[in-house]
Design a protein around this ligand. Structure first.
Ligand SMILES: NC(=O)c1ccc[n+]([C@@H]2O[C@H](COP(=O)([O-])OP(=O)(O)OC[C@H]3O[C@@H](n4cnc5c(N)ncnc54)[C@H](OP(=O)(O)O)[C@@H]3O)[C@@H](O)[C@H]2O)c1
Length: 299
């Protein structure tokens, strides 16, 4: 069976990816920081992407799924550059002779603010946040280096990924329950969401179908305003619909990049990924219902 290396395996999407890969009987290795462990048993390599001594000596992988990163909640630009750009380069240099393929995870922020157009992968990148500019530099580096080194490469541009952990639980469900959630700018901007199982499933499909050499927009098929998404979620947990917070105040609390990424309206096409992957949750309503029942089971 193929051997996969997952970075960011202790995170929200990475941990789900690990579970699915194990379920599919892959051999799974993970890069975990000192003191951290994956929920399920994997072949753990202890290390930080920024560590110059990072080594995968004696190992070989069919694919690296690179998810380790700081999120847009990180406001310190030097840390973002260190982890998301220098860390990605460092990881690549350490692993380039050990893997046949490499899948990089990024987000829809690469398209900036395209206005009303429905965009697909051919739309030019035009990032308007420092966070995404750094991620695009890392992507460019990986694309070029993979080409030079004969490594198959693909990049996934995820919409906002929701699931029973990560921001959906920590920042939305928990705050709706405590009545402390507010909608930045009123929430009337169209968003592209994707259930974590589909985020993970689409990545595995790219590997299994050998659909490399491409980039993929990964979102469900049901655009929805953030306000409607949040209110639907609130209804399922019998919480009140939240009030609003002006963007400038939300930026002061959560950082400018995060709020810009959250509040930029976006209409995207998932046609390309849909040719190789069949979404389990093409509609956010079904996805949210599944996630909420999973959260209830956990508690
Ligand atoms: N969640 C979304 O809605 C979304 C949307 C679009 C794209 N993405 C992208 O998907 C990827 C995964 O996101 P996520 O939501 O799963 O993030 P997450 O829950 O914050 O997980 C981040 C992971 O990266 C690891 N990490 C951070 N810094 C590291 C370092 N210096 N060395 C090694 N590992 C490090 C963390 O390890 P520790 O446990 O040790 O901290 C954790 O496992 C990211 O690239 C993110 O930008 C996410």
């Amino acid at each position: 069976m193929a051997e996969i290396m997952v970075t960011g395996a202790t995170g929200f999407i990475g941990s789900r990816l690990v579970s699915e890969l194990l379920e599919k009987k892959y051999l799974v290795s993970t890069l975990v920081r000192d003191g951290k462990h994956t929920k399920e048993k994997t072949n753990e390599i202890v290390g930080d992407v920024t560590d110059s001594a990072l080594s995968f000596e004696g190992r070989s992988f069919d694919c690296v799924f690179h998810l380790a990163s700081c999120t847009p909640l990180e406001k310190n630009s030097a840390i973002l550059e260190k982890v998301n750009l220098a860390g990605t380069k460092n990881l690549f240099q350490a692993i380039k002779n050990k893997t046949k393929s490499f899948i990089y995870v990024s987000g829809l922020g690469v398209y900036g603010n395209p206005g009303e157009k429905i965009i697909d992968e051919s739309y030019p990148h035009d990032p308007d946040t420092n966070f995404v500019k750094i991620r695009l530099e890392a992507e460019k580096y990986l694309r070029e280096e993979c080409k030079k080194n004969g490594i198959d490469f693909a990049v996934m541009y995820f919409g906002d990924v929701y699931g029973s952990s990560g921001w959906f639980n920590d920042m939305l469900i928990q705050r709706l329950k405590k009545k402390s959630f507010r909608l930045p700018g009123g929430g009337k901007y169209l968003k592209a969401f994707v259930h974590v199982d589909d985020a993970v499933g689409s990545m595995i499909a790219v590997f299994e179908k050998k659909a490399f050499g491409e980039s993929y927009i990964v979102t469900d098929s049901t655009p929805v305003t953030f306000k409607d998404f949040v209110n639907f979620t609130a209804d399922q947990i019998n919480a009140k619909h939240p009030g609003n917070i002006p963007n400038f105040l939300a930026k002061a609390v959560l950082g400018s990049d995060l709020i810009t990424l959250l509040t930029t309206p976006l209409k995207v096409s998932n046609k390309k990924i849909s040719k190789i992957y069949s979404f389990k949750y093409p509609n956010y309503k079904k996805g949210i219902l599944q996630v909420i029942s999973e959260i209830k089971e956990k508690n």
